[in-house]
Design a binder for this molecule. Structure first.
Ligand code: ADP
Ligand code: MG
Length: 259
């Protein structure tokens, strides 16, 4: 194992002075201007801010989809800013599940195949992949829909397939970019309850971008970004371990979502 793959620190996410700029023609446009942020293991954080404030850019950096300009970006104990692109994509496959607003499902493939997709990049056997897919579809309450294609499913069901795909590798960190943006209130609330259950019963760490204060209310904490800097909520309010112990149900970790 190379030096850059050795774990440091306790928090799930720890950012120090993170910057990011994009090139636009001859200009360099600063998007993140020195972000400091800590997210504990097992926390559910809502990330809010005006359109264009850098929320998606920040989420992509946390998930290793892109590299920062400057600063420290430690996620699950690793300095992501020190990893090579190949190390980064290997790390991402095991550590991060992404959920997007627009689901990003393959229309020609069944729910089962869509969920299995990230596992095709791993060394798991077909039998092991099947076991993971069944577990993930079970967690979102969609086993009965496994053979349906996305267009045969409702919007809420499609987003649950996308969540199952994010869960299938059992990654500890879920990054969700406006996951309820395209859903009506009732369906959106089902998806938010599901995310909350995944935090409480599976111990997932969740960072969710949202515009909606009612969606943010499902999280433990709201972080506010404005013009590329964090204006409130940068630090956890209580140790996540205490909060998790208080909220952990006695029953077995089994999720059930209606609809
Ligand atoms: P948010 O998600 O808060 O709406 P984004 O992170 O998507 O904000 O974008 C922040 C700013 O960075 C915007 O001005 C956007 O136009 C710009 N931007 C985002 N991605 C790119 C890119 N790949 N190339 C150039 N500019 C970008
Ligand atoms: Mg965005």
């Amino acid at each position: 194992m190379s030096d850059t793959l050795r774990s440091v620190g306790e928090a799930m996410i720890s950012l120090r002075g993170v910057t990011k700029a994009y090139r636009r023609g001859r200009d360099t446009v600063p998007v993140l201007k020195g972000v400091d942020l800590v997210v504990q293991r097992g926390e559910f954080v809502a990330l809010m801010g005006p359109s264009g404030s850098g929320k998606t850019t920040l989420l992509n950096l946390m998930g290793g989809l892109d590299g920062p300009g400057a600063g420290e970006l430690v996620v699950s104990g690793l300095h992501l800013e020190r990893l090579s692109p190949a190390e980064l994509s290997r790390w991402r496959a095991a550590h991060v599940g992404f959920v997007f607003q627009a689901y990003n499902l393959l229309e020609s493939a069944t729910a089962w195949r869509n969920v299995e997709l990230p596992l095709l990049l791993t060394r798991l056997s077909a039998r092991e992949r099947a076991r993971h897919v069944e577990t993930a579809l079970g967690l979102v309450g969609l086993q009965e829909r496994a053979r349906h294609r996305p267009l045969e499913l409702s919007g809420g069901q499609q987003q649950r397939v996308a969540i199952a795909r994010a869960l299938v590798a059992d990654a500890p960190l879920l990054l969700c970019d406006e996951p309820t943006g395209d859903l009506d209130r009732e369906t959106g609330d089902q998806v938010l309850s599901l995310l909350q259950q995944l935090q409480r019963e599976q111990g997932k760490t969740i960072v969710m971008v949202t515009h909606d204060p009612l969606a943010a209310a499902f999280a433990d904490r709201t972080v506010r970004l404005d013009k590329g800097v964090i204006v409130s909520g940068a630090e956890p309010t209580a140790p996540a371990t205490l909060r998790m112990a208080a909220s952990r149900p006695v029953s077995a970790p089994r999720l059930a979502v209606g609809g």
